[in-house]
Design a protein around this ligand. Structure first.
Ligand code: GLU
Length: 306
């Protein structure tokens, strides 16, 4: 098996430039309204991009239809307005792009990188690392999960905050699912394809996604996409030591309190203080003083947040 370049179009970048120094993004999933943890990610990705004179894009990751929480997409868009973030391009919705992901799957199938898998969750039991049971069964792709083959390869990357992070694809991760049996395109596939097509150079996101990164790097390599830089932020936790999430009943952002919440998010990231003002002016201040070194080099923030 060889790693071939895909026949996909080059990233579509404003002004027709094929490469830019910094293109960042904020890519929330509308599985619940944005909470304080999401705000930290939005603020950090925004300030990091703007401090480096880069562009900042927004992408709504809504391929997992059953997990979409009613009204949360609208809350995300209202939050972007309330906090006066200014995306440098149209907001992209992954549910409008399913044909693109299917094309990439087809290309991977032609190259022999993917196979259909009939193993149910029950059959897999507590085995977190897939043993490759269906790899050589040549099952038809219809109504089955589609898995990507991995090889016995160590993948390492230098996270800008967390340092070096490595996994062995075969021993630590196993062949992984790109499309579920119910037809839903998996996050791993959509994120890699869209980061490429949007010309993303820098990923700034929560440390809960650190362990997904080697899979994404692998898929990107298989598809011949350029490698990205990563920065995984420490997570805001609640008073029970759980990361903030809809499941853990994190409070939706109160959009009437945008300046105060922005100030708190910057404090959580250990950034120099900003004076309460309009969100746009506060963001300008935060960008001017943005310091990666000041952010705790940990996967969790001290203290508890609602
Ligand atoms: N959509 C993912 C989430 O909301 C984030 C994806 C990413 O930043 O790579 O958790």
């Amino acid at each position: 098996m060889s790693i071939r370049n895909p026949s996909l179009p080059l990233p579509l970048i404003k002004g027709g430039k094929a490469e830019e120094n910094y293109v960042g993004r904020f890519a929330p999933s509308p599985t619940g309204p944005l909470h304080f943890g999401s705000l930290i990610t939005a603020v950090a990705s925004y300030c990091d991009a703007k401090a480096q004179h880069g562009r900042w894009l927004v992408r709504i990751e809504d391929t997992d239809i059953p997990r979409i929480y009613p009204g949360s997409e609208a809350h995300i868009l209202r939050s972007l307005d309330a906090f006066q973030f200014e995306p440098d391009g149209e907001i992209l919705f992954q549910k409008d792009r399913l044909a693109i992901y299917e094309d990439v799957l087809e290309q991977l199938a032609e190259q022999g990188w993917v196979y259909a898998c009939q193993c149910t969750r029950k059959m897999l039991g507590s085995n977190h690392i897939y043993a490759g049971t269906c790899r050589n069964l040549q099952l038809s792709f219809a109504q089955q999960a589609i898995r990507l083959k991995v090889t016995d390869t160590d993948i390492c990357f230098e996270d800008r905050l967390q340092g070096r992070h490595c996994s062995n694809l075969q021993h630590d991760l196993g062949d992984f699912v790109l499309k579920r049996r119910d037809g839903i395109i998996n996050y791993q596939l959509a994120v890699v394809v869209d980061d490429y097509l949007q010309g993303i150079t820098d990923v700034v996101r929560g440390a809960d996604l650190l362990d997904n990164t080697e899979r994404q790097i692998w898929l990107g390599r298989v598809l011949g996409y350029p490698e990205l830089r990563y920065l995984h932020l420490p997570l805001a936790m609640n008073d029970q030591g759980q990361k903030l999430s809809k499941q853990n009943l994190a409070q939706p952002l109160d959009l009437n309190q945008a300046p105060l919440l922005l100030q708190q998010a910057l404090t959580a990231l250990h950034q120099p203080p900003v004076v309460l003002d309009t969100p746009a002016r506060m963001l300008q201040q935060a960008i001017a003083q943005w310091s990666i070194d000041a952010i705790p080099h940990t996967t969790q923030l001290q203290g508890s947040y609602a």
